[in-house]
Design a protein around this ligand. Structure first.
Ligand SMILES: [Zn+2]
Length: 294
């Protein structure tokens, strides 16, 4: 019964995505900000868009370290919203794609924004899981023929799939060493710093965008279950290579974003994917996420 309900919900989401796609084609530029598949914000002179590949519900089976009291309090329905997304940054230096999703819907979403695969100049990979690097390759070739692809050296060395995919970028890929959070990372191109957030994978990397005094931290897979990981940052997930390190880094990054009032964006944060973080007085050590609005 629950399975049937879930399938119905999923197809309802697909219908919404299809409808918003159709509407977006009819009214380009007008409804993007409120489409279910794309959400756009300005960061200084950058235009940053969340490109949704899926909006879905996830279950309790992936959680590590969640007490039954916390589950009852924060996830009473035993299901919570999550997503698969990538981010497009339209900058004066050209289009930057942060992760590529599985490679199913990202290009179509970009096209609604008038950006084609050939327009992408840079791809920044947060980490070497299939829902982030899958779209790097299409039909055995680089899916973004004019892009330079960037990944942390640690994940490049850790993941055979990452090596196989990124080496399709033939002389146009770079394995980097991100900087530390406390130092604000290391600048890898104008207005973009790479920050180490190791734990989810050995080389999991966040990208901090900065333009005209405004910032946005694209935190990759810092969270998978916002419903419980915001109030309880100590809860990790089975996808984490090192659940303890992932929990520590999550607590540090949430404090960094909250103290610095830096807006954040995540690959598994449900629509709109972007928002702000503030301390949650009801849950000491925890945070609240305030989704961005149109
Ligand atoms: Zn992921």
């Amino acid at each position: 019964m629950q399975g049937v309900k879930l399938i119905m919900r999923c197809s309802a989401v697909s219908i919404v995505l299809l409808l918003s796609a159709a509407i977006a084609l009819l009214y380009p530029g007008r409804l993007f900000a409120s489409s279910a598949a794309v959400f756009t914000v300005k960061v200084g002179e950058l235009k940053v868009s969340m490109l949704s590949e899926a909006q879905r519900e996830s279950g309790l089976d992936i959680l590590i370290g969640a007490s039954s009291a916390d589950v009852a309090k924060f996830i009473p329905s035993e299901k919570y919203p999550s997503a698969v997304a990538a981010y497009l940054v339209e900058s004066p230096e050209g289009a930057i794609l942060v992760d590529t999703g599985f490679g199913r819907e990202i290009d179509r979403n970009m096209e609604y924004l008038g950006v084609s695969a050939g327009d992408v100049k840079t791809i920044l990979i947060t980490h070497a899981h299939g829902d982030h690097i899958g779209g790097l390759v299409k039909g055995g070739r680089a899916a973004y023929p004019n892009a330079r692809a960037v990944i942390s050296r640690l994940d490049y060395e850790w993941s055979p799939q990452a090596r196989e995919h990124i080496e399709k970028y033939d002389g146009r890929f770079e394995a980097i060493t991100p900087g530390e959070l406390g130092a604000g990372g290391v600048e890898i191109m104008k207005g973009v710093s790479a920050i180490a957030a190791y734990g989810h994978t050995p080389g999991h990397t966040m990208y901090l965008l900065e333009s005209e005094g405004e910032k946005l931290l694209i935190w990759g897979d810092l969270t998978h279950a916002m419903a419980i990981q915001m109030p309880r940052p100590g809860v990790s997930v089975t996808y984490d290579s090192d659940p303890v390190a992932a929990a520590e880094v999550r607590a540090s990054v949430l404090k960094f974003a909250s103290d610095g009032k830096i807006p954040v964006a995540g690959m598994h944060v449900a629509y709109p994917g972007i928002g702000t973080v503030e301390p949650d007085p009801e849950n000491p050590g925890g945070y609240k996420f305030i989704p961005a609005s149109d």
